[in-house]
Ligand binder design. Structure first.
Ligand SMILES: Cc1cc2nc3c(=O)[nH]c(=O)nc-3n(C[C@H](O)[C@H](O)[C@H](O)COP(=O)(O)OP(=O)(O)OC[C@H]3O[C@@H](n4cnc5c(N)ncnc54)[C@H](O)[C@@H]3O)c2cc1C
Length: 267
């Protein structure tokens, strides 16, 4: 019997960059060779990655597992170039070695035969591709709302298009799709389509909105959180987020990274 993934201890393992591309401005798309992650990672999980031998930066960096191909031993990451660690990853060529810890975090339960909405912005799109692919395969209807400042930052657009029954594009500058805020078109869509769940990532504004929708009884909401973290395994407590109401904290790495949206304080 195959061991249930969430019980598997994370691997400390080496990977190699198979291909790399910079299709979207400010983002790196890495296809990585590593059998263990490709075979065991589940939707919602992430890896800690480093591509440098020095102690600067000291800590590996966390990234969502975007896609897996167990048959070929490959998995994909989408990385926004934010600072030193991601700039160093962006400087690596195909064939370069990476040190990877994972899969980390709790898998998100894949909805079967339901209707779901994905509401994502910027790098947050990376978090939901694997969930969308798995949910669609499980007979769930997937409706995606992908938002970005401008069209060449609509990261994961093609992956999400393939994994969704329908995709809505929203840009702040009107260079593609709906010109404005995704929230303007979403509430009407929800009232009509009555989805079972909505998953959001990449925008606190969207997360708060999702929380409001749930409070109105329109759908259940979930948020993928991406707090700072040094270890990814519950030791550093860098990723603590406040629980709503009851006091205390969740650790994004151990208790998440996906949470019922109204269970956490979204400051
Ligand atoms: C579970 C998890 C999954 C993630 N998945 C992805 C992903 O799939 N793709 C992706 O592009 N990014 C993802 N991130 C965020 C990514 O890890 C950070 O952007 C990255 O660590 C920045 O490293 P750096 O050394 O380049 O930047 P640093 O030099 O450390 O920082 C550069 C700038 O980015 C800010 N910053 C760094 N980390 C974060 C963070 N977690 N949240 C908000 N601001 C931050 C800093 O304040 C600073 O202004 C994820 C984070 C978590 C916790």
């Amino acid at each position: 019997m195959k061991i249930k993934n969430s019980l598997i201890k994370p691997f400390l393992t080496e990977g190699r960059i198979k291909t790399r591309k910079n299709e979207y401005t400010g983002y790196l798309d890495l296809l990585i060779e590593n059998d263990k992650i490709a075979e065991h990672a589940m939707p919602g999980q992430f890896v800690m990655v480093r591509g440098w031998d020095s102690n600067d930066p000291v800590f590996s960096r966390p990234f969502d597992i975007v896609q897996v191909n167990p048959a070929k031993g490959l998995f994909r990451l989408i990385i926004k170039i934010a600072g030193k660690g991601t700039a160093m990853l962006n400087s690596l060529r195909a064939g370069s070695r990476l040190l990877i810890t994972g899969p980390l975090g709790n898998p998100v339960e894949v909805p079967h035969g339901e209707k779901i909405i994905l509401l994502v912005r910027g790098a947050g799109a990376a978090a939901v591709v694997y969930l969308a692919e798995s949910a669609k395969k499980a007979g769930t209807e997937v409706f995606t709302f992908l938002s970005a400042s401008t069209r060449n930052r609509l990261v994961c657009r093609d992956y999400l298009k393939d994994a969704s029954n329908d995709i809505n594009i929203i840009t702040d500058d009107g260079s593609d799709g709906y010109h404005g805020d995704a929230r303007d078109i979403l509430e009407g869509f929800i009232n009509k389509s009555k989805p079972d769940r909505i998953y959001t990532c990449g925008s606190k504004r969207f997360a708060r909105f999702t929380g409001e929708l749930e409070k109105k009884g329109l759908t259940k909401g979930y948020v993928f959180l991406e707090s700072y973290m040094a270890c990814g395994m519950g030791d550093c407590h860098g990723c603590a987020v406040k629980k709503r109401g009851s006091g205390g904290y969740f650790l994004v790495c151990k208790d998440g990274p996906v949470f019922p949206v109204n269970s956490v304080e979204l400051d």
